[in-house]
Design a protein around this ligand. Structure first.
Ligand SMILES: Cc1cc2nc3c(=O)[nH]c(=O)nc-3n(C[C@H](O)[C@H](O)[C@H](O)COP(=O)(O)O)c2cc1C
Length: 191
């Protein structure tokens, strides 16, 4: 697929069929993630692949019981990411928080670890779409619980949960703000 077409065709997919994702497809999308740029080429991304339904169920559980304050008096409960349980495979993208230790850019480690791993996730999502598969970035999870489920060392932080599968979903493109609301020339504000 042409790049411009791919960028617009990719979308967050919330429905998956039963069909397995092949190891070949999986390796292909991980390869795309591995080729992402990173600060100082430190490549802090790490990937945990989960295929066992009972393990996916445990990951799903980390998206439950999340309460978000919406005012000083009210909280709302976030809807758990139920569609994740349909996916035949889930990739949890993580970052090695120690990857910048001892490097000249180490003072920016917190920033770079998340940014690098987010770019790798985006490469992965584009590769998924290019392969005719569907995926969704899930950012709403209880981090401590997820780290525990995946048995992550203390230095490894989860960045995104990405369920991947075949899909017949006809999800429409979600609206985008027009460029004139987003772009500023020379300076954000005029003096
Ligand atoms: C950082 C991040 C976190 C997200 N978290 C969730 C999530 O927890 N659940 C979900 O269904 N979608 C999640 N999404 C997907 C967005 O809702 C989606 O990208 C957005 O609505 C635009 O739709 P599109 O991806 O189809 O273009 C997340 C996306 C990003 C980039």
């Amino acid at each position: 697929m042409e790049f411009d077409e791919l960028v617009k065709k990719r979308r967050s997919i919330h429905y998956f069929t039963d069909k397995e994702v092949s190891d070949d497809d999986l390796l292909h999308v991980l390869e795309a993630a591995r080729w992402a740029p990173s600060a100082g080429n430190n490549q802090p991304w790490r990937f945990v692949i989960i295929r066992k339904p009972e393990s996916i169920e445990k990951i799903w559980e980390t998206t439950t019981d999340i309460e978000v304050p919406i005012s000083s008096k009210r909280t709302i409960k976030v809807t758990p990411q139920n569609f994740m349980k349909q996916a035949p495979v889930v990739i949890v993208v993580c970052t090695d928080t120690q990857a910048y230790k001892g490097k000249q850019n180490s003072i920016f480690a917190d920033r770079f670890c998340i940014q690098d791993s987010a770019i790798a996730t985006m490469n992965l999502l584009l590769a998924v779409a290019n392969r005719g598969l569907g995926a969704c970035w899930i950012g709403m999870y209880r981090e401590d619980a997820l780290s525990k489920v995946l048995n992550l060392p203390a230095t490894i932080q989860p960045v995104a949960i990405v369920p991947i599968g075949h899909t017949q979903s006809k999800e429409q493109p979600r609206p985008r703000k027009p460029l004139n609301e987003l772009v500023h020339y020379e300076s954000y504000q005029s003096n």
